[in-house]
Design a protein around this ligand. Sequence first.
Ligand code: DX5
Ligand code: ZN
Length: 234
Amino acid sequence: MCTAGTAPMIAPSILSADFANLAAEAAAVARPGETRADWLHVDVMDAHFVPNLTLGLPIVESLLKATDIPLDCHLMIENPERWAPPYAEAGAHNVTFHAEATENPIGVARDIRTAGAKAGLSIKPGTALEPYLEILRDFDTLLIMSVEPGFGGQKFIPEVLEKARAIRKFIDSEDLRLLVEIDGGINADTIEEAAEAGIDCFVAGSAVYGADDPGQAVAALRESAATARAQNQG
Ligand code: DX5
Ligand code: ZN
């Protein structure tokens, strides 16, 4: 297994943060050092693609002014053709949309990249990876959902790790530049098996923002992932 030798990345999901205090919640994981998050994960839900409604572009624009942590926008929305590029134009680092939400994932990825962000493709737990393997060159990130999208605090679905192992092999054999991210149910009990399966970036909502010290939770999760990865490689 090859994970490029970089430290595991942790992306706290603000879905589990206090929406009335987002600047402070971002700052809690932005102190320099091991407690700093790599990305801040922003779950955009439209009450159509998923049965929940969260936040949209105006709040992302405000967050971009409030924090220097790169924003990882996870769009759980219909019609990403129309709605994804503005997040890139606003300054999001990474804009991820769902494979299930569009007939034209390559076109959406190109528009996101043209607008200046990294492009991410997300697949639900029940969506197979194989049909998308050949288009992954057009993406910077693959986000594997390990719960049904829509809500924080759900139980991790370990079967999705098969997809993580398969994509890691594919990346190595095809020499792809693709970052593999996992989202849903990641906590102290599940992060090790995800790290062993070759995940690069771990989204964690309740495990970070449900902790007394979110920064310490980031550091502890990263350490657990790094240890599991090192043991797996050694
Ligand atoms: C769920 C969201 C996740 C969510 C994860 O649809 O995409 O990002 O915040 O929350 P936890 O880590 O609590 O499962
Ligand atoms: Zn998410």
